[in-house]
Design a binder for this molecule. Structure first.
Ligand code: AGP
Length: 604
């Protein structure tokens, strides 16, 4: 997902653009650039790779200005080269863009036929040429901008500078978030609150189809039909303290260690520790007969864990599907199905599209999201927030456990609403959930033991993760964590599936990580591990210290805190995350911004 910043300031603008772009690095990018208004004409500086490369270019060729725009690009159209880096310029127009223009090829052909020369392979450059052509007809900037936007099909967040328009930045959003920041005699545009966080906490969130003219005096906003609108100015808390690494080496490490707090904060949204009861959740669980969860990646695994709880505790059938599959297969749904999107960013294109589709079919909708002002948060009828705070590491950790915590709490609420959980059981389950932050903190003390095994693990080329029940989706999440930050191939499997094929993979070079809480299938999991050990496969068994010893050489135990079965997915997520983290550190990969990945995939 690209990052955008625009500043109409009073002091040197370039250092401020760079500061903001550094806060957007977490989104994942492969090139960066800035543009600034110098004596009425816009100049660009761009570089492939990290922002430090852009800083080197600026050191050679500084830009002295008070108005500018900046961008970090995650390549969609065209390789991650300097030529394809934003900002793009055509004639009087210089702009940065997040999203995908789906009709860019036909627009490009039309413009080329009119004599326009393109320097890049990007869809973005087409917008610059289109707007420049509209300006050449004599249209004023705002009118020319609106005409241009109406020609575009696809998703965009835009920030635009125009030669000769010294005090103006144009902005627009459709399918990709953009905020207006309000300063003292200064104004800002950014991809999100974090982007403008160094300058202001007074934010207006543009809505779908909005476009805006930002000047030193403020912002003139218009909706998709061109009508003037006023979007509320809200105070946000994206304080810099929330996004600094503190004493940790990586954001991911910091965020793993924030989980006792983030899970606690999230649970308090749904449960009342004092009364031992669930809080009302905006959905009548007695009036629905099915839940359809849609999500991607880690959020999908959180949804799968939620499914076990909704069915076991509430007797509520629950389907969980990868959003990119769900949205294109013409699913059979009914209006008594509650559609639930699970997402950290609330902007993932496939999940958002699935949620929108369900809403259009007349289903009640809810969204479990960490960004409470995101598109999904505003699209769903009911917002079920997680309170993980800004998650900067691309690999999702505290957002994952916050999603699981929310879903477990909601499953208890559903059980109570459907008369399947009496007051005593409710109190017991609420208590168990509220114990999870402490038990998670205990699990964090596995740090050193986990680090010790990762020296070996980092040499593996293939790793198996096994679990039963809710530990099965957690095993898949553990495999994803290892894959995405250490680049080691890994697969998560239901332990009971081992004999149906995967056991053929077992040899001395293929470690197996097993999640074995003291639940009702512990013995079955233990016997699966003996089958592996008997074939010489190295096994790392994560299990409570009071669990019986499995027989079999080559099984290495790592003691986890014992816990109520309901919260085992929250507790065992920690060793999974630490295993991936320390293995990646051993391998020296870019833990917070792994190759090829972006924090939120806002394109299909
Ligand atoms: C998880 O570590 C990955 N970063 C990725 O799978 C992520 O969970 C997925 O892209 C969904 O993102 P979302 O939660 O913002 O929708």
């Amino acid at each position: 997902m690209c990052g955008i910043i625009g500043v109409i300031g009073n002091g040197p603008v370039v250092p401020r653009l760079i500061d903001s772009l550094k806060r957007l690095e977490y989104r994942g990018y492969d090139s960066a650039g800035v543009a600034a208004m110098v004596d009425g004409s816009v100049e660009r500086r761009r570089a492939q790779g990290k922002i430090r490369n852009l800083e080197a270019v600026l050191a050679e060729e500084p830009l002295k200005a008070t108005i500018g725009i900046g961008h970090t690009r995650w390549a969609t159209h065209g390789a991650p080269t300097t030529v394809n880096a934003h900002p793009h310029k055509a004639g009087r127009v210089t702009l940065v863009h997040n999203g995908i223009i789906e009709n860019f090829a036909e627009l490009k052909a039309e413009l080329a036929a009119e004599g326009h020369i393109f320097e890049s392979q990007t869809d973005t450059e087409v917008i610059a040429h289109l707007l420049d052509a509209e300006l050449k007809t004599g249209r004023k900037p705002l009118e020319a901008f609106k005409v241009t936007l109406d020609r575009l099909t696809g998703a965009y967040a835009l920030a635009v500078l125009i030669d000769g328009e010294d005090g103006l930045i144009l902005g627009a959003r459709r399918g990709s978030p953009l905020v207006v920041g309000w300063g003292e005699g200064e104004m800002y545009l950014g991809s999100d609150a974090l982007a403008v966080g160094p300058f202001t906490q007074q934010i207006s969130y543009l809505e779908e189809g909005d476009y805006v003219a930002v000047t030193r005096d403020g912002a003139e906003m218009f909706d998709a039909s061109g009508q003037p609108v006023d979007r509320a100015v809200v105070q946000v808390s994206a304080s810099s303290a929330m996004v600094e690494k503190g004493e940790y080496r990586h954001f991911m490490e910091k965020e793993i260690h924030e989980q006792p707090d983030s899970v606690q904060h999230t649970l308090s949204e749904y449960l009342d520790l004092v009364t031992g009861k669930v809080k009302p959740q905006g959905v009548d669980f007695a009036a629905i007969d099915r839940i359809q969860i849609v999500a991607c990646g880690t959020a999908f695994y959180a949804g799968q864990i939620g499914r076990y709880a909704f069915e076991k505790l509430a007797g509520l059938p629950c389907d969980v599907e990868i959003a990119s599959e769900f949205r294109y297969r013409s699913p059979a749904v009914s209006k008594t199905t509650l559609a639930v999107a699970v997402s950290q960013s609330g902007e993932t294109a496939d999940t958002l599209a699935s949620l929108t589709w369900c809403k259009a079919q007349g289903l009640p909708t809810a969204a479990v999201v960490n960004v409470h002002t995101s598109s999904m948060a505003r699209e769903a009828s009911v917002l079920w927030p997680t309170h993980a705070g800004p998650e900067i590491g691309v690999a999702s950790t505290k957002a994952f456990t916050a999603q699981v915590a929310a879903l477990l709490a909601l499953a208890v609420a559903a059980g109570v609403a459907r008369g399947r959980i009496n007051a005593a059981a409710e109190a017991e389950l609420v208590k168990a959930l509220f114990e999870s932050p402490r038990v998670i903190a205990e699990a964090l003390r596995m740090d050193e033991t986990i680090r010790a095994v990762t020296q070996e693990l980092s040499k593996a080329t293939d790793v198996l993760f096994l679990g039963r029940g809710p530990m099965f989706p957690l095993a898949m999440e553990g495999a994803l964590k290892l894959k995405e930050i250490s680049y080691i191939h890994a697969e998560g499997y239901a332990a009971g599936e081992l004999k149906h094929g995967p056991i053929a993979l077992i040899d001395e070079e293929t470690p197996t990580i097993a999640l074995a809480p003291l639940d009702d299938v512990f013995d079955k999991t233990a016997s699966n591990l003996q089958e592996i050990a008997a074939r010489g496969g190295p096994v790392i068994m994560i299990t409570p210290e009071n669990a019986p010893d499995p027989h079999g050489v080559g099984i290495r135990r790592i003691d986890a805190p014992d816990c109520h079965p309901l919260i085992a997915p929250l507790v065992y997520a920690v060793p999974m995350q630490l295993l991936a983290y320390y293995t990646a550190v051993q391998k020296g990969t870019d833990v917070d911004q792994p190759r090829n990945l972006a924090k939120s995939v806002t394109v299909e």
